[in-house]
Design a protein around this ligand. Structure first.
Ligand code: N2P
Length: 355
């Protein structure tokens, strides 16, 4: 009797236990499902999409945003040309948009998913690199120049030639970039940044080789070097110089008198993006005036969203680092896609770095 009671108790206990276990497993499964959030993979320049923007989008849309960075347009191109990358958002500069369109690497944007496109100022739309903005949305604009520590570098530089001055041996960096850096030597020699003349490019290479023993580092994330005091001068992009100046007030930015480059960086969706619709939502989010103003406050590059300006502190609305004078603008060139000739720039840059 006791035996029977015991065994029926144990079998009831076992079935109770298995129901409990089943319930626990079901709960674990549900939690697991809840964690399967949609993911947006962003591939961009360093310090271009900040935490506030990233997490703001994550919270509002209940998704995960992963940000990965590159240091030059050519790095981005190499990665993308190599095949499916898993990236949903990329931010190529103007000339690279042209090239990526030709290489069939970009997805056409569905404007009905990007109603905030109307917030963009026409000044930055329908440019030569994507005449109807079928593939690109302007994100920011800026220039390349020299950031320098005014407490050390004296007199204040006004020419690229300061980057050939023995006095600053091992105290300056240049962008690690196959167009911008040969561009510095081309400008110093009085040539166009877009030359397709092999003889001129050869001279630029010689100039860079001559300079190389003085160079501390080729690095595109120059802001870190300036803030850490690893260099007292850096060939860098305007916003990065401006961000460094924010941390270290002695830092100034100058566009040398020989002229320099200017760019518009753009948000695009790769052709094989796993999550195109979410990418379009993200683009739309970036184009909200108050969000876009936050991007300017953080990156210190210019905004292409007209209504963002009123959300900006006055100092950023017309700062000369973002809006150079008309006189300086005349000296600026936009880097263009040189087609097949890009190989020559890549080769020169590799040879300079390898020496
Ligand atoms: C931002 C780099 C600017 C991109 N850190 C230059 N196209």
């Amino acid at each position: 009797m006791l035996q029977r009671n015991l065994s029926s108790f144990s079998s009831r206990f076992m079935s109770w236990l298995s129901v409990q276990l089943g319930l626990i497993l079901f709960l674990v499964f549900l939690i697991g499902c809840g964690e399967q959030k949609e993911q947006l993979n962003v591939f961009t320049w360093a310090n271009y999409v900040n935490e506030e923007i990233r997490t703001g989008f994550e919270k509002e849309y209940g998704v995960t945003v992963i940000v990965d960075t590159y240091g030059s347009n050519e790095d981005l191109l190499t990665k993308l040309s190599a095949g499916a990358t898993g990236y949903d958002i990329i931010m190529p500069s103007d000339y690279m948009v042209t090239r990526m369109i030709h290489q069939n690497l970009l997805a056409e944007l569905n404007r009905s998913n990007i109603p905030n496109f109307q917030n963009l100022s026409p000044v930055y739309l329908d440019k030569y690199f994507d005449p109807k903005n079928k593939y690109s949305v302007p994100y920011t604009f800026g220039t390349a120049g020299i950031a320098y520590d005014s407490s050390v570098v004296s007199p204040a530089p006004d020419s690229w030639s300061v980057l050939w001055d023995e006095k600053y041996k091992n105290k300056f960096s240049l962008l690690d970039d196959p167009r911008e850096t040969p561009g510095v030597a081309l400008k110093l020699l009085g040539y166009s940044i877009n030359t397709t003349d092999l003889e001129q490019l050869g001279q630029a290479k010689e100039k860079l080789l001559e300079q190389k023993p003085l160079v501390k580092q080729y690095k595109s994330e120059a802001e870190e070097l300036l803030i850490a005091g690893d260099v007292v001068m850096a060939h860098c992009w305007s916003g990065d110089a401006f961000r460094a100046a924010d941390q270290k007030p002695n830092i100034r930015y100058v566009i040398p008198k020989e002229g320099s480059s200017q760019f518009i960086d753009n948000v695009c969706i790769p052709k094989d993006a796993p999550n195109k619709e979410l990418a379009e939502k993200f683009i739309d989010y970036l184009l909200r005036p108050e969000i876009n103003a936050k991007i300017t406050v953080f990156t210190k590059y210019g905004t292409c969203v007209e209504g963002a300006k009123e959300h900006l502190p006055e100092a950023l609305q017309k700062h000369e680092y973002i809006y150079p004078s008309a006189e300086v603008i005349k000296t600026l060139e936009r880097i263009k896609d040189p087609g097949e000739f890009l190989q020559q720039y890549d080769r020169v840059w590799e040879e300079v770095k390898a020496k």
